[in-house]
Design a protein. Structure first.
Length: 243
């Protein structure tokens, strides 16, 4: 049995590797973080300018709330610090924060009034769980913009960031990655349906609420099973992520 910090490093490295495999990464940009339990704020984050296919558990950086590097080669990319530190400080329940420019969800953020519609089963899992930041202010290069983004998140699980990308927050890496995966699938479904030029078929609000409850009843177990299955694939094909 590994200690919780070692497990957190392995899970976050796995999430980064898997995000790259599913086409959710972008160059050497974007960032995933995990806040270690206890106080003060300490969180793991991926190294600056390293491709996600190269990230390993031991290569993750450990930061404090002020951005001081406690372990690893730093500093992190500037926007990674300002976005993640502010979200972690504002919402302690958001232990894991994943930020990407994944293509289909980001496409929706570029639309006027772009929102994820409750028109597919994959989308229903996010009913009432999405915050929409409708302001784009350029790169998040200071505490003011980081705090604005954190406030816009409103303690939701998902945030669509106008003209930018998305962020996901959850108590565990497994739950955050599961949400990220299904969020992009739901966004892909929506963009493909919209590309036909035909009207989207709405779902009765009562059915939306019922289905959300059904999904939530097994969500934690399903997320862990999904993530562990994906880690087994990594263990067979590129076990160095654990090192």
């Amino acid at each position: 049995m590994l200690d919780p910090v070692a497990n957190a490093r392995i899970d976050l490295a796995a999430a980064l590797r898997l995000a790259d495999r599913f086409g959710l990464s972008e160059g050497v940009c974007n960032h995933f973080s995990f806040q270690l339990p206890g106080t003060p704020v300490r969180y793991l984050i991926n190294p600056n300018r390293m491709h996600w296919s190269e990230v390993t558990a031991s290569g993750l950086i450990l930061l404090d709330a002020d951005g001081m590097v406690l372990e690893g080669d730093g500093p992190p990319e500037a926007t990674a610090f300002f976005i993640h530190s502010c979200i972690h400080k504002a919402n302690p329940a958001a232990a894991c924060v994943l930020h990407t420019h994944m293509p289909y969800a980001t496409a929706i953020t570029s639309l006027e009034g772009g929102e994820l519609t409750m028109t597919t089963q994959n989308a229903l899992r996010f009913s009432e769980e999405i915050a929409y930041d409708t302001t784009y202010n350029g790169l998040a290069c200071d505490d003011e913009e980081g705090a604005r983004i954190a406030a816009a998140f409103q303690n939701k699980r998902i945030m669509f960031m106008a003209n930018h990308g998305v962020a996901v927050a959850a108590p565990t890496v497994a739950e955050a990655f599961d949400d990220l995966y299904y969020l992009e699938r739901a966004a892909e479904n929506q963009v493909l349906a919209m590309s036909t030029g035909r009207s989207l078929k709405p779902i009765d609000p009562q059915v939306v609420a019922m289905t959300k409850e059904q999904i939530d009843s097994e969500k934690g177990l399903a997320a862990r099973a999904h993530f562990e299955a994906l880690k087994r694939i990594l263990d067979r094909e590129c076990p160095d992520y654990r090192h």
